[in-house]
Design a protein around this ligand. Structure first.
Ligand SMILES: *[C@@H]1O[C@H](CO)[C@@H](O)[C@H](O)[C@H]1NC(C)=O
Ligand SMILES: *[C@@H]1O[C@H](CO)[C@@H](O)[C@H](O)[C@H]1NC(C)=O
Length: 246
């Protein structure tokens, strides 16, 4: 059963509906399990793609994805016991900036038994959020490692921002997430720096959320990865992919 929403709030205010892809029993993905099995995947084209290309949403197994040599899995944690059981939780161990693990206290990433904190992978949140002090520490790591571009201050919402006017090939530190089970997710720079009008400015496209809050790996960071939600094996898969070509 499904229908449209008449009282969609927040960012979705005014939308005719939201396709529920959560873990809960009412979601579209869960209701389709008897037809397509316990997995679905999507591949989001990048934000600067022309309007002709489309992202893909696939219910059931996708053979091309399953045979992709770079498909990596990390465990989904929580689940049924979890109060917020609609979310797909993953467990971060550390964050790498410029090839080095930044020094974030381990408890920052913990999901409490009451369901506070933790990290989810979400298709409906744009930028990623990291709970403090993780956000502050990540930001400072970038500030320390980015050299040679003038800092642009007072840019609303995002920091640090740099003026890359006239720079032919922008070089910024690498960014990766290491999960508790050892899986590593390396991101291309366009997934964590955003070029903003005027085009000469790039900003770190990550936001903070208060200590013990929910950290979110948002859809901007998922661009051009084919992402697999496999609830039967309780794991999340990701493979780098030119989503326009899937
Ligand atoms: C989109 O595709 C159509 C048909 O293939 C083509 O005529 C049009 O130029 C394309 N638009 C862009 C922005 O690429
Ligand atoms: C960026 O740098 C260029 C060249 O120095 C300058 O002309 C431009 O005003 C700067 N832009 C901002 C937003 O600071």
């Amino acid at each position: 059963m499904f229908g449209c929403g008449h009282w969609n709030r927040g960012l979705f205010h005014g939308a005719a509906g939201l396709l529920g892809l959560g873990r809960g029993p009412l979601s579209f993905a869960s209701q389709l399990q008897s037809l397509y099995g316990h997995s679905f995947s999507y591949c989001l084209v990048d934000r600067n793609s022309d309007a002709n290309v489309s992202s893909k949403l696939i219910f059931g197994e996708d053979k091309n994805l399953l045979s992709h040599p770079k498909l990596t899995y990390t465990s989904l944690v929580g689940g049924k016991e979890n109060p917020a059981d609609t979310f797909y939780y993953v467990e971060i161990k550390s964050i790498m900036v410029g090839g080095e693990a930044v020094d974030i206290p381990a408890e920052t990433w913990k999901l409490s038994p009451e369901g506070a904190g933790g990290t989810i992978v979400d298709s409906g949140t744009t930028l990623s959020y990291f709970a403090d002090p993780a956000y502050q520490i990540i930001k400072e790591a970038f500030e320390k490692k980015v050299k040679g571009y003038p800092v642009v201050n007072d840019f609303p919402f995002l920091e640090p921002c740099y003026n890359v006017s006239g720079v032919e090939k922008i070089e910024l530190p690498e960014f990766a997430i290491v999960f508790a089970d050892g899986a590593v997710w390396d991101f291309p720079v366009e997934n964590y720096f955003i070029q903003i009008e005027p085009q000469e400015i790039v900003c770190l496209a990550v936001l903070g959320t208060p200590k013990s809050g929910l950290s979110i790996i948002g859809n901007y960071q998922q661009q051009n990865f084919h992402i697999l939600y496999d609830t039967k094996k309780s794991r999340l898969g990701y493979a780098p992919m030119k989503c326009a070509d899937v």
